[in-house]
Design a protein around this ligand. Structure first.
Ligand code: HEM
Length: 122
């Protein structure tokens, strides 16, 4: 199975098991770094967080597949996020947290193939 298909399969399984993974991603992010919560004080509806999660996921998928935009978009967002006060370590950690939430959701179904595909994406 191609890397892109392995990622797709992961997303299907994640949705079956836990529905929308985004709330768990942000729960874990704020548990690790409670100070980041303040950055989202204007995001009562959660739309910014939702958009951010989807863009980050698209970057992971693109990086493991066609490679059309992830490098440029991540570089641009990295810069704009420095202005928001997000450090490089925190920015990169967001991608890792997404993968960690997926891994936990799949449990024993997180196979070495799936793991390898997400390592490439990261
Ligand atoms: C810990 C890591 C991160 C934090 C704390 C963070 C924080 C934020 C904040 C506070 C905003 C709202 C900015 C504003 O409009 O005032 C935002 C927006 C956004 N972030 Fe992040 N970010 C992180 C990682 C990432 C990553 C890895 C990506 C990857 C692409 C990303 C993509 C975006 C995008 C596309 C938006 C615009 C969403 C919108 O306003 O519609 N962020 N981020």
């Amino acid at each position: 199975m191609s890397l892109a298909l392995l990622l797709e399969r992961t997303l299907e399984l994640v949705a079956e098991r836990i529905g929308d993974p985004a709330p768990r991603v942000f729960e874990r992010l704020f548990l690790e770094a409670p100070d980041l919560l303040a950055l989202f004080s204007n995001d009562a509806s959660g739309s910014v967080r939702g958009e951010m999660f989807l863009r980050a996921l698209e970057c992971l998928q693109d990086a493991a597949g066609a490679g059309r935009f992830a490098t440029g978009l991540v570089a641009a967002e990295h810069l704009s996020h420095q202005v928001y006060g997000v450090s490089t370590v925190q920015f990169e950690r967001f991608f890792e947290i997404i993968v960690a939430v997926f891994r936990d959701a799949l449990g024993l179904d997180w196979t070495p193939d799936i793991d390898a595909a997400w390592q490439v994406a990261k």
